[in-house]
Write a protein that binds this ligand. Structure first.
Ligand code: BES
Ligand code: ZN
Ligand code: ZN
Length: 468
């Protein structure tokens, strides 16, 4: 599907279908209002009415708000792709063009790599028609870059563990580095030993795939700021010896979504040519069982020197992140440190499956992120730290336990575990994003379809774009 921007003056180009977004109020003014009403169309959000003979697809919207436009454009593109039409046009303006592009590219996204006969669609050309094309050009290009980076993240989240394991994750990062002119360093297990990453190494010990630490750098000429992005890249999480129940294990290929998201973010930032230096660190590891698996009762020595009592091998993401966060802080003096991880089922209990949990010490930073989230169409919720929850990670044997002693507030205690590995000088520069619910879905919602959602990419692209 090809998306093009067209000036209204040359837009007499007739397309098979013209899409009209209509609020209840605007419905009355439409030239086909009578027929639409007769068909029972009342312009409710996400409702549609296809007037094939007239070449009109009417889509209901609650308001002209971008969230409503994005959702309606997602509904529209699915219908158009399933129809026999080859071209469609949407009228756009500077305010809604990004949301419409996201609706089209993200709502119309399909992942067919594992289908022997992928569905084909006749829809070839989509025209976005606007008044002042010069004013729209840049926003158009930016929106396409961000939506495509989100789809790139989805593509790799959707790959099966057979195809995307720590070594192939590293190869994929190398390929991106080559294409986008990024620096790329990969640490193998021998080098991870040298770097004293005992906590990360323990998690991957029973896997047939060697653990890898991936470090990509985007370095513009005069960066305004330096940002470190850290991603949990568990290419499979079986739970380890604290094995997950059968039904909870299904979908655990998505436990690499944090790593996939930071790859999408650095891809977007480099293509947008932002004036921000970006470091992406991914701990790519597979959590499996076997004779050499790490165990509940082990004590691990992390890179920071902090010793960790393992009481549950399924709380593995924090063990990987502990070392990758330490490594990132040791190697790069960043202005912002953000980690993205499908860290806890508890985050979904707290916020629901659509919302990313945001944790950290800086209220100001959390406020700025909340603004970027709402302006980019992602959902975030702040989960507050407190000193009482922090005490629940106490260990009698080692410096800290990898799980809380109480079954409540699990997303926050996981965030507080990570806080132990944030150096004092970086406390206000760091935020943790728990994307356990938001990164993957088995039923469509908003502009998300089955599989990876690319959570974090739009939000972080917006934040990085607006850094002063
Ligand atoms: N990868 C999981 C968290 C997860 C669960 C992500 C469901 C997406 C959907 C993580 O490694 C995990 O297993 N966490 C445990 C922690 C517990 C053992 C303290 C959990 O959430 O149950
Ligand atoms: Zn786990
Ligand atoms: Zn996990």
């Amino acid at each position: 599907m090809n998306i093009q921007l067209l000036n209204k003056t040359i837009s007499d180009t007739s397309t098979d279908i013209t899409v009209a977004f209509l609020t209840k109020e605007k419905l009355a003014e439409h030239e086909q209002a009578k027929i639409l009403k007769q068909a029972g169309f009342v312009a409710e959000q996400d409702s549609t009415c296809f007037l094939h003979e007239l070449g009109i697809l009417a889509c209901g919207i609650e308001s002209k708000h971008n969230d409503d436009m994005r959702s309606a454009a997602s509904v529209a593109i699915k219908l158009l792709k399933a129809s026999n039409n080859e071209s469609a046009s949407f009228s756009v303006n500077a305010k809604n063009i990004q949301a419409i592009i996201e609706g089209l590219l993200l709502g119309g996204y399909e992942f067919n790599d594992y289908k022997s006969k992928p569905k084909s669609s006749k829809l070839k050309d989509v025209y976005l028609v606007g008044d002042d094309i010069d004013a729209l050009k840049d926003i158009f290009q930016e929106a396409i870059i961000i939506a495509e980076a989100t789809c790139f993240t989805r593509d790799i989240v959707n790959m099966i563990p057979e195809d995307l394991n720590p070594p192939s994750f590293a190869d994929l990062a190398k390929k991106l580095a080559k294409e986008n002119d990024l620096e790329c360093t990969i640490l193998d297990e021998k080098e991870l030993h040298k770097e004293k990453m005992g906590s990360m190494l323990a998690v991957g010990r029973a896997s047939i795939h060697e653990s890898k630490l991936i470090h990509l750098v985007y370095k513009p000429k005069n960066p305004k700021k330096v940002v470190s992005l850290i991603g949990k890249g568990l290419t499979y999480d079986s739970g380890g010896l604290s094995l997950k129940p059968a039904t909870s294990m299904v979908t655990m290929k998505m436990d690499k979504a944090g790593g996939c998201a930071v790859l999408g973010m650095i891809k977007a930032a480099s293509e947008l040519k932002l004036d921000v230096e970006i470091h992406a660190f991914i701990g790519a590891v597979e959590n499996m069982i076997g004779g050499n698996a790490y165990k509940p009762d082990d004590v691990l020595v992390s890179r920071s020197g902090t010793t960790i009592e393992v009481r549950n091998t399924d709380a593995e993401g924090r063990l990987v992140l502990a070392d990758v966060l330490t490594y990132a802080q040791d190697k790069v003096k960043a202005d912002y440190i953000f980690d993205f991880a499908t860290l806890t089922g508890a985050c979904m209990v707290a916020l629901g499956q659509y919302t990313t949990g945001v944790m950290g010490h800086s209220h100001r930073l959390k406020h700025d992120i909340a603004k970027s989230a709402s302006e980019s169409g992602e959902l975030t919720g702040s989960l507050p730290f407190n000193r009482h929850l922090k005490k629940l990670l106490k260990s009698e044997l080692a410096d800290i336990s990898n799980v809380s002693s109480k079954p409540f507030g699990g997303a926050i205690t996981a965030g507080l575990f990570l806080d132990n590995f944030i150096q004092e000088k970086n406390k206000n520069k760091w935020l943790h994003f728990d994307i356990a619910g938001s990164a993957y879905t088995e039923s469509p919602w908003d502009c998300n379809v089955y599989g990876g959602t690319g959570a974090g990419v739009r939000l972080m692209s917006h934040f990085l774009k607006n850094i002063q």
